[in-house]
Design a protein around this ligand. Structure first.
Ligand code: PGA
Length: 706
């Protein structure tokens, strides 16, 4: 399907490109001809009075340059989207114009291909419908046009094309059109061009006569014309072509002497020898800057007995004015303006005839110079028909435009190709690097993930001094039941007052919920009224003990030294220690939190061996967040836990640090737990208030499932 689309788009593009290049070119090399055509259009819509000649000429040069350049843009697929849209707009306007031409017939030839190809209005309209359809296809899928030149270098082709076509226009304007497609080209015998071959088809006309009688008008044909009834007064006549017959290439050439009314066509065209015709369709606007050279040619013609006539469509007044300013002595005769404009694209221009055959033509800028005219015409170059240089001109255009363009395209292709190869190599290298990096980071990520997975995720409750024995047992049961119903994917511990431990141990499934005390003595045993030793805690069935909680440090004067001893005894009795640390609000405001936490760890747990450290769980609890409802932000918590892990790493090595579970505590709830637990260094929470209701506590445990 895409292939069909691509073939159709590129076929349409080729059709449009070649048409535009051809039609733009033939008009560009005949700027005056294009200007005359524009004038005809303006005349048809009665606007010619508003657009001066110079503007018409600029429009002619500009439009043909645009058309030609657009063709080249399409051919090389430069600015594909824009060029397609402009083509569509151009074709839409042209189709509308030619539809109008077909319907109203105000102009005989649309001028699409200058004088190179003449089409009837209907043919032109049909041609435009085809081109419009092609441009619709192009606009629909512009990017299917295959590029011939890279985006980087296309501007060179663009400007080069504009420079070429404008130069061609200007040269044609200054001299004469590079190619002469008109019937009055060099070598044409004007009389012969007017002949109708024997047996050629005649044009059939229908003539209508309009007559009036007593205020009534009536139309008559040749057949029913009221020849006998003189009461019908003839008013008007018009003629219509019923059938177009053979039309000779030259059919409108005549020379009349305005003074005498004589038709001089025959006598001039059959005149023996050489005849110069100074052609000035509109004498009022003829360029008089080279009149000296014209006069010199006239003098030369007179001396050698050659004819020299001025032909114009202008009035006697204009002729007189011309004579006044140039001193011209040669006679002026009248010929139709359009015919004269067709004979030569220069106002004035000089034509040399030999027995009615056009031998040479000169723009007023290239008139034969006096030193060239040093002998009779039959003996010099000027009097000979120049050899046909069509092929030389074609080769010149190829050398000046097509070759450099082809060279540019070839160089561009090679450049693009090497760039593509280089880019591809670079891309392959980058891809390889990227894959390596990805693999590395993947490995690193996997390692970290494994490490993180290796660390225990823990949610520990700290009941503090809450719940009677019965309430506590009931709460423990409820927690146990809900976790039995839905297995947690983290370790769950509840730390209760001493009196609950033995009873709660009975109701907990130790594989689901761990049990811990909130404190233990700093003495092994003996006369310490009211104290509970680590061994006693262990004997209840508990596996954990919280030590270093800020409330114990604050209200019961537990110093780093005392805690060091407690930790030692707890570990010695096979308990796991949840060791708390954290700073006060003042300390945080003074930005001393790191210092404080490090001192707490240094004072009580950093003395442990690596082996003993395996039984340590750290809990960072900023004192300002405990029971206050004020949680540290997840970023603050992460920052501190990462710091704690880094000092553990300094002390025990990276590996141990990666395996140490560090919890966050302080107003941790089901609502903020997911965000906190999502942080890479937070391995769970130590929960106070929210651990006293089974549902709240479960909510926090479930945060590990999110
Ligand atoms: P909180 O207490 O969750 O009620 O803030 C935490 C703790 O003290 O362990």
């Amino acid at each position: 399907m895409n292939k069909t689309k691509s073939i159709s788009v590129n076929a349409c593009r080729a059709l449009l490109a070649l048409t535009f290049i051809f039609s733009g070119f033939v008009k560009a090399i005949d700027p005056l001809g294009s200007q005359y055509k524009i004038a005809e259009y303006l005349e048809a819509v009665q606007l010619s009075a508003y657009v001066p000649d110079w503007a018409q000429l600029m429009l002619a040069v500009g439009l043909s340059a645009v058309e030609f350049t657009l063709g080249v843009l399409l051919l090389l697929a430069i600015r594909r989207r824009l060029a397609s849209k402009v083509t569509l707009a151009f074709m839409a306007v042209m189709t509308a114009v030619t539809l109008w031409l077909t319907v109203s017939d105000p102009i005989q030839d649309c001028g699409c291909f200058g004088d190179a190809i003449r089409l009837t209005n209907t043919q032109t309209f049909l041609k435009n419908v085809v081109l419009l359809s092609a441009s619709i296809v192009l606009t629909r899928w512009p990017l299917y046009q295959v590029r011939f030149i890279s985006k980087t270098n296309q501007w060179i082709a663009f400007y080069f094309t504009i420079a070429f076509i404008l130069t061609a226009s200007l040269l044609s304007l200054y001299h004469l059109p590079i190619f002469d497609f008109r019937p009055y080209h060099i070598g044409q015998n004007i009389k012969k061009g007017m002949e109708i071959p024997k047996g050629a088809k005649q044009t059939v006309y229908k003539t209508t006569f309009i007559c009036e009688k007593n205020g009534v008008t009536k139309e008559f044909t040749e057949d029913n014309y009221p020849y006998d009834d003189s009461t019908w007064v003839f008013k008007d006549t018009h003629q219509e072509i019923l059938e177009q017959g053979y039309e000779p290439p030259i059919h409108d050439f005549s020379i009349t002497d305005q003074q005498t009314g004589d038709d001089l066509t025959d006598s001039i065209l059959t005149r023996d020898g050489y005849t110069f015709l100074l052609i000035a369709p509109v004498l009022e606007r003829a360029d008089d800057s080279n009149f000296g050279e014209i006069d010199a040619v006239y003098e030369y013609a007179k001396e050698n007995g050659y004819g020299f006539y001025g032909l114009t469509a202008s009035t006697d007044k204009a002729v007189k004015h011309w004579r006044d300013i140039t001193g011209a002595e040669y006679p002026f005769y009248t010929t139709d303006g359009t015919t004269l404009k067709t004979v030569i694209r220069s106002n004035p221009g000089l034509v040399l005839l030999y027995k009615g055959t056009i031998i040479n033509k000169w723009s007023h800028n290239d008139l034969p110079q006096q030193d060239e005219l040093n002998a009779p015409l039959s003996l010099i170059e000027t009097g000979r028909e120049p050899e046909d240089r069509t092929w030389t001109k074609i080769v010149l255009i190829i050398v000046c435009y097509v070759f450099p363009l082809a060279f540019l395209i070839a160089a561009d292709r090679i450049w693009s190709w090497t760039r593509w190869v280089r880019k591809r190599e670079e891309w392959l290298r980058q891809k390889e690097d990227w894959l390596k990096q990805k693999e590395q980071s993947n490995r690193l990520y996997q390692l970290l993930k494994r490490k993180r997975q290796m660390r225990k995720k823990i949610v520990a409750g700290n009941w503090k001094m809450n719940e009677t024995l019965q309430e506590g047992v009931a709460l423990a049961k409820e927690i146990n039941e809900s976790l039995k119903a839905e297995k947690p994917n983290c370790d769950v511990v509840i730390c209760t007052p001493f009196i609950h431990l033995a009873s709660v141990a009975q109701v907990l499934d130790s594989s689901l919920v761990g049990l811990g005390a909130e404190n233990c003595a700093d003495k092994e045993k003996g006369a310490y009224t009211g104290e509970v030793s680590a061994a006693m805690v262990k004997s209840t069935g508990a596996q954990y003990v919280i030590l270093g909680h800020s409330e114990r440090r604050q209200y019961y004067g537990e110093t780093a030294e005392i805690l060091k001893e407690k930790v030692r005894l707890a570990l010695a009795n096979g308990l796991k220690v949840i060791f708390c640390c954290g700073e006060t609000l003042e300390e945080r405001e003074a930005e001393k939190q790191n210092e404080v936490v490090k001192a707490e760890l240094d004072g009580s747990v950093f003395n442990l061996t690596a082996e003993e450290w395996k039984s340590i769980i750290l809990a960072y609890e900023p004192i300002w967040a405990i029971g206050t409802g004020k949680t540290a932000t997840s970023d603050q918590a992460q920052e501190m836990l990462a710091y704690i892990r880094s000092i553990v790493a300094e002390k025990y090595g990276k590996e141990v640090a990666e395996e140490t579970s560090i919890l966050y505590g302080g107003s941790c709830k089901a609502s903020n737990a997911p965000e906190l637990f999502a942080k890479p260094d937070i391995d769970g929470g130590l929960i106070g208030g929210a651990s006293l209701k089974a549902a709240d506590f479960k909510g926090i445990i479930d945060a590990w499932k999110k």
